[in-house]
Design a protein. Sequence first.
Lengths: 417, 188
Amino acid sequence: MKATKLGSHIRNEFPIFQNNKKIEDGQTKPFSYLDSAVSAQKHESVIKAMTHHLEYDYGSVHRGAYGVSIRSSQMYENTRIKVANFIGKSVKPEQIVYTRGATESLNILASGIGEEFLNENSRIVIPAAEHHANLIPWQQVALRKNCELAYISFEGKSGDKLKLNLSEAKKLITKNTKVVSLAHVGNVLGQINPIHEIIEIAKKVDALVILDCAQSMTCIDEDLFALGADAIAFSPHKIYGPSGIGVLAMSKELMERLPPFTFGGAMISDVTLEGSQWTSGPAKFEAGTPPITETVGLGAAIDWVAKVGKQNIHDHAAALASEFLNKIQEIQDIEVFSPSTGQETIISFRHKKIHAHDLATILDADNIAMRAGHHCAWPLIRFLGVDALVRCSFAAYSDKDDIEIALAAIKKASNIT
Amino acid sequence: MTESLKSSQSVELNALYQEVIVDHSRNPRFKSKNMPCRFCQEGKNPLCGDNITVYCQVEMKEKQPILFVGFDGTGCSISQASASIMCNSLQSVTLNEARNLIHEAEKIYTGKTPVNSDDLEHDIEALHGVSKFPVRVKCAALPWKTLHLLLSDNFDEAGLPKQGCDKLINCAQSALNQRKLKIVSTEN
């Protein structure tokens, strides 16, 4: 196992842990937050930056000739530059759109690609194991355009055998395939999908490649646009930044061709009673008053992640996940579904005798936060032949104590239900 | 530190998973697939994936319907135990008795009716433990809300059962009206 590179001081930089210790029967139970895959906790620099913005600089963006509006606009655009740098060298700020979240980013893509690229002879290819946010928008577009929808399945049902079926992908990504959309890292099992291979296959037939990077932005440092991706989506709240804002990055060609998703102020170049014309660039997709303070928080989160290092965060979280996986497998009645390559930061499992929701409630009594349920991926959960899983996910602030506390609570759970 | 975090949650956890609940979840009563019934109703908690089908058999006695309720489904121990307790309490009951019990159960699992947990008179009172766990109330509520829907849909204002379940016809029609996805696979 790799040594964890991040120091214990990092946890102290996240105020939530100080404020959620639980005292019971004279004992202090630390807050073991093991659900960062759903949303990460906020670094103190993010909280301070947002508070400072609200107290000193808040104004609407691109609308005012006065001080706070000018300063807010500068901060808003400054973060766009940071986001571009954060994604990779081959991305420019004018390719970055602020949305409400990764879900909205994927909806903008599916809807726009449907309008511009798909007809009844086209095909969309996605893995069957996707998060609903990268599955339902494509189903809806396939219905609207009456085009084909093909699902890539998994090989194996758990452990190291579980991976995207590449030979099936090669057969499904045919000449009429116009778009292939997949998660970089799976939100349920934490598997790292073979995006290099998928991009290569898709580019042979000139299909667009969309990557849902909701789970990979803090842990995989790779220039995805240089690899051939046409668009990526992610949510700042999963990289220690605020919720309520999303990122959509896309190629310049796609940005020009896709129609707007939402209509209103700030996205037009002219409006008459007879019709309207859209502005170009990111503003075309940013109708209405956007998240403003959230972009300041996002900028601070990116600064912090860049300072610590994506690779260091990944190695730290993956080493803890790997240790957790090895130890939990030794507990009676536990069945682990995540692969164990040592690179995952998410481990999903079930207790054969305790339903996932019951286990999550029992863990909460010991101040442990884990997610239970279908994780917004019903087709995958059905494929695995279960009705719910417990998911344990690690981040920069996780530590070895979290593992020991969680394992002890899971062992104890058998005596309660 | 907030005051609520200081409370002893292990006491509440024991009240949630008390013996009656564990027993009903491990040995559910009146749970069966494809139970003979006059009416059925499916219920789901979409966020957690729990699902249940409530069955209702009806016998007419002195021109009044007498109900026998059963269920099938998957979910956590709370939803399964709640369904089992519900069905166990609703054998050979009138429509009004069923409706009253639905009302009574809601007051118990939402904590509106105080219950002495050391001295339970009826199994249904064991559902009070869930009231301390706001996110789990929906688990306990699922079977009762599903039954409530079944009764509202299938009994008329005079309290008499409607002619029969028309869901099959409606379901078939709505399926016909829906456009189907063109799903392709390597076997196509």
